[in-house]
Write a protein that binds this ligand. Sequence first.
Ligand SMILES: C[S@@+](CC[C@H](N)C(=O)[O-])C[C@H]1O[C@@H](n2cnc3c(N)ncnc32)[C@H](O)[C@@H]1O
Length: 284
Amino acid sequence: MEKRVIKTADGSETLFNDEYGEAYHSTKAGAYTESLHKFVYPCRIPQLAKEKGYIRVLDVGFGLGYNVAVAIKEAVKSNPKVKLDIISIEKDKQIFEKINSLNIHTELENIYKQILKGNFGYLSLMNEKIEVYKSENENFSLKILFGEGRKLIKLLAEENYKFDAVFFDPFSPKVNTEMWTLELFRYIRKLIDRYGIFATYSASLAVRKGLIEAGFKIGLVEPVGRKSYSTVATIDGDIPPLTEKEEKRIKNSPYAVPYRDNQELTLSKEEIKKNWEDNIRLTF
Ligand SMILES: C[S@@+](CC[C@H](N)C(=O)[O-])C[C@H]1O[C@@H](n2cnc3c(N)ncnc32)[C@H](O)[C@@H]1O
């Protein structure tokens, strides 16, 4: 497996993924900076560490582990006694090889050492045997569930798991469409605590509309390394508001149509994308 390492704007390294034709992180914002400003701060991890001392995180798309590592770092900085319970979702079993090909940022080195000390086992979700990688120390327990993300999210919701923060970080809706549908967001809504916060880098109208139709209120997060604001969503939590301009765009733009899956979440990404494009054409 060829690994193309890219040095990002803040000096942290990421990789290019050939299957999706995208980098794992925004090279202009920087991998570390992106985790901090698009996921960890918007989900209020430092505040939760201080106020609650116990944080349940759902991390969708573990990838190179930056979001998880930066969340642990910031939470511990804010409260050295914090305990994070993290469940990550990932389909790619080669992530450890990929992580090992990077020069890890010095600030995150220790945390990665701890994360990489874990071992493989199994977990049962609704009587299904799921392959899991577990690692922990006094501040965190991390379980990476391996498999198709939609299926794992559905199983977690059926098992009534709840989370205070959701880092939603698949590749972009254009190439990873199956992970951005209204049907999947409905499961995420079941999984999130009433005051929990969902954060994603995406500024897509289809995604924003999907989140709203799934029952979330949404808000905007100041951009880093680009012009567009990223997105947060919650049921009743504290998030920055939508601007009037964006509210109008979501209401009036012909592109503000959610991606749709079937109820079993089994359509292919090509089918989901084609249905969406047909739908858009109808509204023009
Ligand atoms: C942009 S990367 C995530 C970067 C990561 N959050 C980080 O901080 O390094 C997206 C990840 O989502 C995973 N992914 C994409 N589609 C998936 C699916 N349908 N099920 C499970 N994982 C998926 C990819 O394998 C990839 O590792």
